[in-house]
Design a protein around this ligand. Structure first.
Ligand code: M6R
Length: 614
């Protein structure tokens, strides 16, 4: 959730680290810090607030700050409020060892009590600081930084991606990973470490993805990776797959808006080379080895968090209705702790944009351990979930920087649709003709999304202006559009801080209807499908109570004008693919509501892009 970047080489690392931190800021952003080692001495600066606040603070050096070894960190607070003192890096007692850390040290309190008894004085309220003091103790015994880190980590419970620098050995960085992603960037006469490739892609495309339990000793010219017990581990150098332009705003006011507008292309990318429209067939290389398991699955379980969980709910409709496989969808955070009944003929799908979400990862490990086939639907190439799954499908949405997930969601839905078609064809639950029609429907979606973006934006800006002061919003939909209602509500609350609830439209009368009056905006997702009339009845119930209705309806729906206060038009789409199209105006609505309210769209308060702690 926090961001890490480190450098060792012959260049001045200050701009490299600060630029890297800016690129990582979307992951966590309540404070930032930098540690540099020069002439055997540390210089450490840290500041609550954004990276810009740290940069401003560094201006008192008048540009004189420079070093060839350094590291930086952006924090998303877990232990201790976000202030200057709790910002990383943290030192040992003698200020000779500094640590930056992502994750949580669960037994920090026990370790801290012991160290305090031995005379250590702590400055911060963080769990991370115990690492610095513990490594200090281990260094006294080993006189070797890598060994000291390994010995310290042997005493630690919890998760970490961390980097350690020391003036004792001022030519190296020690990095370690357990549960929080960390990559080593391989350069020429220089090396990098980062929690996310975005931080270093400017400088190198060659990376080593550190594995859980690995420690690395990194100098300008050498990288040694080892286990915590000092066994050498194999290193595989891989290529970063995205371009720098993909992690830049490219003329848009916010990453979220850019990512919303990328969707015609990202949905196309999710289908590219996979969907054969004329034949009505789908080829998914990442599922080839597990196809048999998938076709024979007694049951599918989909587990995920947040927006990815909403995609999973749509997946349930697709898998059950078209592929005719019983499917359950569960929050990963619940699944992992409830001893679920899993059999070897179950297939468990993990859906995750980042591929690093702690709960989803743990749910997958649990399912794997219980003998299920575990498959990932993941965006970030090389991420932990992608690596640990038996197989899977990348959604190929490209880097998603906006904290509110948009393009990843529609790509997840596209991939779920492709998997459904593949299974349905192979199992014969749909005919060839039907599969061809569905394939044509899918292939037509990017153009429909482009149309919505072009035609509805101005109208949605006006609606956002109208409702900018609303305190609450209700989102209602039925069938596969119920998850769309949930996702629309989540988007709104995440970035505009308006309380919003998503409900199945018919469920409203069992409680939420009590909330409806002339101050309650209600968003209905009401395409002309088999349950259109039912949703219209629910809409009438809201209208009768003077609720203000915003309807997302099809272009050829002429009844709706009479009933709704605002109608946002979307093209007709085959029912179970409808969510890919119907969510677009709701993404735009939440975006323009946030802009109208002046909130920080890309970095909403309290959130982090990738939730790598429980
Ligand atoms: O990276 P993941 O898809 O596993 O992330 C899951 C959720 O944390 C994520 O979808 C979150 O809800 C987003 N902020 C939604 O916009």
């Amino acid at each position: 959730m926090c961001g890490i970047v480190g450098y060792v080489g012959s260049r001045n690392c200050v701009p490299i680290i600060l630029e890297g931190l800016k690129r990582l800021e979307y992951r966590g952003y309540d404070s930032a810090g930098i540690a540099l080692v020069k002439d055997g001495l540390f210089s450490i600066d840290k500041k609550a607030g954004k990276v810009a606040d740290l940069v401003q603070h560094l201006s008192h050096y008048n540009g004189s700050l420079s070093a060839q070894l350094g590291m930086g960190h952006t924090r998303w607070a877990t232990h201790g409020e976000p202030n200057d003192i709790n910002a990383h890096p943290h030192w040992d007692s003698e200020e000779k060892i500094a640590v930056i850390h992502n994750g949580i040290i669960e037994n920090y309190s026990t370790i801290k009590t012991k160290l305090v008894r031995e005379g250590h004085v702590f400055r911060s309220a963080t769990d991370t600081e115990v690492l610095a003091h513990l490594i200090e103790e281990m260094y006294k015994r080993t006189q070797n930084l890598a060994s000291a880190v390994r010995h310290a980590l042997a005493e630690v419970e919890g998760t970490y991606g961390l980097v350690v620098l020391s003036t004792h050995e001022s030519d190296r960085m020690i990095a370690a990973r357990k549960g929080s992603p960390l990559i080593i960037g391989v350069g020429d006469g220089e090396n990098f470490v980062a929690s996310d490739a975005a931080a270093i892609v400017d400088h190198t495309r060659q990376v080593i993805y550190m594995k859980d339990g690995e420690v690395a000793e990194i100098t300008a010219t050498n990288i040694r990776t080892m286990t915590i017990d000092d066994e050498d581990t194999e290193r595989e150098i891989e290529e970063i797959t995205f371009e720098l332009s993909q992690i830049e705003r490219g003329g848009y006011d916010h990453f979220m808006l850019k990512e919303i507008h990328e969707q015609p292309e990202t949905i196309t990318n999710a289908m590219r080379g996979r969907l054969q429209v004329d034949e009505g067939t789908v080829v998914l290389g990442g599922l080839r080895d597990v196809q048999d398991k998938l076709l024979k699955a007694r049951r599918i379980v989909i587990t995920a968090c947040g927006t990815s969980w909403h995609a999973g709910l749509v997946g349930e409709y697709l898998f059950e209705e078209i592929a005719r496989i019983p499917t359950e969808v569960e929050y990963a955070s619940e699944f992992r702790y409830r001893n679920p009944i899993i059999n070897s003929d179950d297939v468990v799908f993990l859906i995750s944009q980042s591929g690093e979400t702690a709960d989803t990862l743990a749910a997958g490990r649990e399912a794997k351990q219980k003998g299920a086939t575990v498959l990932g639907i993941v965006n970030v190439v090389g991420s932990t979930i992608a690596r640990e799954s038996h197989g899977g499908v990348y959604v190929h949405a490209g880097p998603e920087i906006g904290v509110a997930s948009t393009k990843a969601f529609t790509s997840q839905l596209t991939v779920l649709s492709l998997i459904t078609l593949m299974i349905a064809r192979a199992k014969g639950t749909i005919t060839e003709k039907h599969a061809q029609v569905l394939s044509q429907e899918l292939a037509a979606i990017p153009e429909k999304v482009s149309r919505i973006l072009a035609k509805t934006t101005e109208q949605i800006k006006e609606i956002a202006e109208e409702f900018r002061n609303a305190q609450n919003f209700l989102y209602l939909g039925r069938g596969a559009n119920f998850p769309v209602a949930l996702e629309g509500a989540l988007k709104l609350k995440e970035i505009s801080y308006i309380h919003a609830e998503g409900y199945p439209a018919a469920e409203m009368k069992h409680g939420p209807i009590a909330l409806i009056d002339e101050n309650m905006p209600v968003v209905f997702v009401v395409p002309k499908d088999g349950i259109y009339e039912k949703v219209i009845s629910n809409l009438q119930e809201v209208k009768a109570r003077r609720g203000r209705i915003i309807a997302v309806a099809n272009e050829d729906d002429h009844e709706i004008e009479e009933l709704a206060d605002f109608v946002i038009r979307v093209p007709r789409t085959y029912g179970y693919f409808g969510p890919i199209v119907n969510i677009i105006p709701l993404q735009l609505l939440s975006y323009y509501m946030a802009v109208a309210r002046g909130t920080n769209v890309d970095q909403p308060r309290n959130l982090a892009k990738s939730v790598t702690v429980e």
